[in-house]
Design a protein around this ligand. Structure first.
Ligand SMILES: [Mg+2]
Length: 309
C-alpha cells in the first residue's frame, strides 16, 4: 500500500512543490502564499461502523480529520471539496444532514465547501479534499533536533477507548475530532517539527523521527490521558493512550531556545499543551519509559487499517 502511494505521489522535484509526498499535507506554490493540499477518505466498515455517528456528526468528522492535517502543517483551511459514495437506499435527508454537518464545520473553521460529487456505491464512503493557506512558518515532520522537547495538545486515548467499548457491545458516545485549527498555526511558529496524532502517539512520533533522523524518549507518566481512557484502562491507560489512534491532537517538537516563546503562546491555544519527552541522538525510534527510566514494551506500533486487515 505504501509503495503504491509513493508511486502515485511522485510530485516531488517540481520547483512549484514546497513539501511533496510523505508529510501530513502537500505544500505547493500556486500564488503569493504557499497552498496546503490534503485528501482523506472515511469508509464505512473500515474506518467506522454504521450508527457510530449521526450523518451530521460524520460530516463534521470528515471535515475535522482533514483540517487536522492542515493544522499540522501550520496552515488554515480555506476551501473544501466533498465526494460521497452511498448505497441507493440511503435516505436523502441523511445525505443532506451529512453535507450540512460538513459545511457547518467548514464554516466554523473559516473554510468554504465549494464543490463535490455524489455517486451510488455498495457502502458509504466520504472523501474530502481540503486546501489551506500558510501565513507564517510551514511545519513539516522533518526538522526535529537532539535536545528538542516533545509536546502534545489535549489528551489521548478517548477515541481508542470508545472504539474498544463499541466493539464490546457498549453504546458509548464516540468522541468528536478536536478543533486544533487555531493552535496549529500558532504552534508552527515555534515548532521544529509537527504532525497530527492519527495512528497513535508512538507511531506518529516515529514518522517525525524517521523524517528528522533522530530518536525520541517519551515518559509514560507525562502522557496526557483522557478521562474516559483512564476509567476504562486503569493502570494500562498511559500505554493505551500512547498507542491507540484517531485522537487528532497535534504532536510537535520545540527547540530549547524557543521554550520561552512556547510558554507565551500556550495560553492562547484553547487547549492543554503537555511536554511528554525529549528528542535524542541515535536510531530513529521512539522509546516509552516508566518513572525509573525503564523501557515500557509496547504491544503494537499504532493504528493501521491495512495492517490489521
Ligand atoms: Mg496526519
Amino acid at each position: 500500500m505504501r509503495s503504491l502511494l509513493r508511486e502515485l505521489a511522485r510530485g516531488g522535484g517540481d520547483a512549484r512543490v514546497i513539501v511533496g509526498p510523505g508529510d501530513d499535507a502537500a505544500v505547493v506554490r500556486a500564488g503569493r502564499r504557499p497552498v496546503v493540499l490534503t485528501t482523506d477518505t472515511l469508509v464505512e466498515g473500515t474506518h467506522f461502523r454504521a450508527g457510530w455517528w449521526s450523518p451530521a456528526a460524520l460530516g463534521e468528522r470528515a471535515f475535522r480529520i482533514n483540517a487536522s492535517d492542515v493544522a499540522a502543517m501550520g496552515a488554515r483551511p480555506t476551501f473544501a471539496l466533498l465526494a460521497i459514495e452511498a448505497p441507493g437506499t440511503t435516505a436523502v435527508a441523511d445525505l443532506d444532514a451529512l453535507v450540512r454537518g460538513f459545511a457547518r464545520a467548514a464554516c466554523r473553521a473559516g473554510a468554504v465547501l465549494v464543490g463535490g460529487n455524489l455517486a451510488a456505491g455498495p457502502h458509504l464512503a466520504v472523501t474530502v479534499a481540503l486546501l489551506g493557506t500558510v501565513s507564517g512558518r510551514v511545519a513539516t515532520r522533518a526538522g526535529a533536533r537532539v535536545g528538542d522537547g516533545v509536546y502534545v495538545t489535549g489528551a489521548l486515548g478517548a477515541s481508542g477507548a470508545a472504539v474498544r467499548a463499541r466493539a464490546a457491545g457498549r453504546r458509548v458516545r464516540m468522541p468528536a475530532v478536536p478543533d486544533r485549527g487555531a493552535a496549529g498555526p500558532r504552534l508552527a511558529a515555534v515548532a521544529s517539527a509537527m504532525i497530527d496524532v492519527s495512528d497513535g502517539l508512538l507511531q506518529d512520533l516515529g514518522h517525525v523521527c524517521r523524517a528528522s533522523g533522530v530518536g525520541a524518549v517519551i515518559e509514560a507518566v507525562r502522557v496526557p490521558v483522557a478521562a474516559a481512557c483512564r476509567r476504562a484502562q486503569g493502570a494500562h491507560a498511559p500505554l493505551f493512550a500512547a498507542t491507540s489512534g484517531e485522537d487528532y491532537e497535534l504532536l510537535l517538537t520545540v527547540p530549547p531556545r524557543r521554550a520561552g516563546a512556547l510558554s507565551r503562546i500556550a495560553p492562547q491555544l484553547g487547549c492543554r499543551l503537555t511536554r511528554i519527552g525529549t528528542i535524542v541522538a541515535g536510531r530513529p525510534t521512539v522509546r516509552l519509559v516508566d518513572a525509573r527510566g525503564r523501557t515500557v514494551p509496547s504491544p503494537h506500533g499504532g493504528f493501521d487499517h491495512f495492517r490489521r486487515g
